[in-house]
Design a protein around this ligand. Sequence first.
Ligand SMILES: NC(=O)c1ccc[n+]([C@@H]2O[C@H](COP(=O)([O-])OP(=O)(O)OC[C@H]3O[C@@H](n4cnc5c(N)ncnc54)[C@H](OP(=O)(O)O)[C@@H]3O)[C@@H](O)[C@H]2O)c1
Length: 342
Amino acid sequence: MRYLNVGTDKKISKIGLGTWQFGSREWGYGEPYAKREAYAIVRRALKLGVTLFDTAEIYGSGRSERILGRALGEDRESVFLATKVVPVVPSALAVKQRAVASAKRLGVSRLDLYQVHWPNPLVPDSTIMRGMRSLQGSGLVGDVGVSNYSLERWRAAEEKLGNRVLCNQVRYSLVDRSPERDLLPFAEAHGHVIIAFSPLAQGMLSGKYHGTDLPANSIRTTSPLFQPENLARSNDLIVTLREVADAHAATSAQIALAWAIHHPAVAAIPGASSVEQLESNVAAAEIELDDDEYQALDKVSARLRPATVPDAPDRLSLSALEHAARGGWYLAKTVWHDVRGR
Ligand SMILES: NC(=O)c1ccc[n+]([C@@H]2O[C@H](COP(=O)([O-])OP(=O)(O)OC[C@H]3O[C@@H](n4cnc5c(N)ncnc54)[C@H](OP(=O)(O)O)[C@@H]3O)[C@@H](O)[C@H]2O)c1
């Protein structure tokens, strides 16, 4: 495994583990996965040197945090644990209460990275950052992060916090390279981190989905990425990935990850539906592509024009009101599950 060098107490692995899949309806992996496979994935990740684990209070309405915390067990304190707050009520008091609830579900006394899940479209970050500052002061939060933020808003959040906002977690992969415009150069120049979510384009870059072989879960049946027209448009990219993969005796998914973490400021957090996928994703950290291979991938991905630009379901191309309603609904479910002790 390789690690970032950004002056954190704990190491941040270049390949982390995304855990939205754990217990969430959208991914639909079912109970055997939530009860057994997720545990095995986390334990194997620890053995292989993964230190970056990403979750969020809304994943599975708190269930992802619970599953992850239990699976980490005694190792909870030695990893770089990242979770996220829904910024629906972005007051200082609310963010403190949400942090306490997340720490309880994870079973930790400190959240190494506490991220604002998306920018609240109605309320500026001054109040939420006041809460974050106080959480850092009390020791419950180590580093503060944001997610789905523009560069302008990331810098403004940092100013409000009066401290570094270490990470911006954004979609970054061969099918969405928009962070290269300004986020990656900023992160590199200032010792900050881009956490790349959906680095495999939700499995699309593995090349296994085409024709009638399509994923069945709701998160992907509704995604523009998996519509036949976009799968057809991505064919050249998939072919190039396979050619590069063959030259390295690797898989297309591994090459897609090796490409994503090539930039010094990037750590990627692929999700995994099996231990085998996790192992393969971790091994991608050791793959070195040569310049010609990067150029070939850059070129073919730059030509890719998806029919519609997909948005993360939890980022918001939605209107401000839809945004607030959706976040509020997820948050209400999380609180309800807390009350019922699930
Ligand atoms: N901050 C945000 O707004 C935001 C948004 C989205 C995600 N995230 C975070 O980012 C993490 C990762 O993103 P994601 O889950 O959306 O997408 P992803 O990591 O690109 O894709 C994960 C899926 O790809 C497939 N896969 C994984 N490894 C593979 C391999 N080696 N070979 C073939 N297929 C493989 C698996 O699905 P199948 O096996 O079922 O095909 C897996 O569930 C999430 O878990 C979450 O923590 C954050």
